[in-house]
Ligand binder design. Structure first.
Ligand code: SAM
Length: 360
């Protein structure tokens, strides 16, 4: 086996393989693929601690958000059945599993995710933590298909359900996935690259009106009409195939007088709007929220973490209607926000809003 073999395998008789440090310009790796110490954080714990102490996320990982608050509202008890509808890196799932199986109780957790790259990695991580197939099952599924997934497993209802919506840090940070506004990659933005169309193809084919609607619904963009017109005009002469082509064009469109923060916010919101359309996120969330009461057992709890107003509005209305119709016994109007300490330690937590409800 040659030097440079990936993945920490042993050569032949269990002899560790010598790996050459990836070459990159400068003293510190800037590109995702060069951050080899972060990709092997278990071997370089000091490096990981240093990165997190600077409020950053270790490449290829995701820091679970508002863990204490989520567990507080869900209150998973030993022996109960749980669902993590958006498995991601498995951080929340591991915390839920610890509570559901505490003291050797026969609790279990189902984890769903649509991402074919990251879901098997999260499953492997959870198995490595010692959870058996009786305790943890992971299924490649949209959370809109939660009740079907549970039926196929023969699980009758859940006591606790978590949905931590949106995108994971692994997806954002890997330019090859097309979510990054900082590093170049294909303009893709699909959580499951095997389904639907990429953001580049969607942008190439959508009508000006459809682009405007997407910007209104997903970017809260006041100048949605003007921007949609400009985008439709610009794409007539060029194709937006790469993340930095679109991000660069948006920065120019915003003009030299717009402040840096406002420009970067525009770029991020436009990417978010494209992500929402290509993943059909509002339709999945609508189905998930509509079917939730059929999945929750009496007294069951659901917690949803949202990251922008379009998501939060949908969750708020569904829970409010559920209380009015008597499906939910309780769903506070007040959202729970990350503490100042968490926002400082992990700036990606800043926009998070937590809502919860209890089944009647
Ligand atoms: C914010 S991350 C979850 C992070 C996770 N709570 C953790 O602690 O690592 C969101 C995850 O939801 C997944 N996802 C997004 N939309 C989904 C959907 N409609 N159905 C299932 N999974 C979805 C994404 O692929 C991503 O892995």
């Amino acid at each position: 086996m040659s030097a440079g073999t990936q993945g920490g395998e042993a050569a032949g008789e269990g002899v560790p393989v010598h790996r050459r440090r990836p070459r990159y310009p400068g003293r510190n790796p800037r590109r995702f693929e060069h951050k080899y110490k972060e990709h092997r954080a278990a071997e370089f714990p000091e490096e990981a601690r240093h990165i997190e102490s600077r409020g950053k996320t270790v490449a290829g990982t995701h820091r679970p958000i508002m863990v204490r608050e989520v567990l507080g509202v869900l209150g998973p008890r030993p022996g109960e059945t749980g669902v993590d509808a958006t498995l991601g890196h498995g951080g929340h799932a591991l915390e839920m599993l610890a509570a559901l199986t505490a003291g050797g109780a026969p609790g279990r957790l189902l984890g769903l995710d649509v991402d074919p790259v990251e879901r098997p990695r999260a499953e492997a991580r959870i198995r490595a933590a010692g959870y058996t197939e009786g305790q943890f099952v992971s299924v490649a599924s949209n959370h809109a298909g939660l009740s079907g997934a549970m039926e196929r497993l023969g699980w009758e209802g859940a006591d606790v359900v978590l949905a931590d919506l949106g995108v994971s840090s692994m997806q954002i940070d890997d330019p090859a996935r097309g979510f990054s506004v900082k590093f170049d990659g294909p303009l893709d933005l699909r959580m499951n690259p095997a389904r639907g169309v990429s953001a580049a193809d969607w942008l190439a084919g959508a009508s000006e009106r459809r682009i405007e609607e997407a910007l209104r619904a997903g970017a809260d963009e006041a100048r949605a009409g003007e921007l949609a017109r400009a985008l439709a005009g610009a794409r007539a002469g060029r194709a937006f195939r790469r993340t930095l082509e679109l991000a660069g064009w948006l920065r120019e469109w915003a003009g030299p007088h717009a402040g840096r923060d406002a420009v970067e916010s525009l770029v991020r919101r436009v990417f978010q709007a494209l992500r929402i359309v290509v993943n059909d996120e509002y339709s999945s969330l609508g189905t998930f929220l509509r079917l939730l009461p059929t999945v929750l057992r009496p007294g069951g709890r659901v917690a949803v973490l949202t990251f922008h107003s379009g998501e939060d509005r949908r969750v708020k209305h569904a829970f409010r209607e559920g209380v009015t119709s008597g499906v939910y016994a309780e769903a506070p109007e007040e959202v729970i926000r990350p503490s100042a300490e968490e926002r400082r330690a992990n700036p990606r937590s800043a926009p998070a809003k937590l809502r919860w409800a209890r089944r009647a």
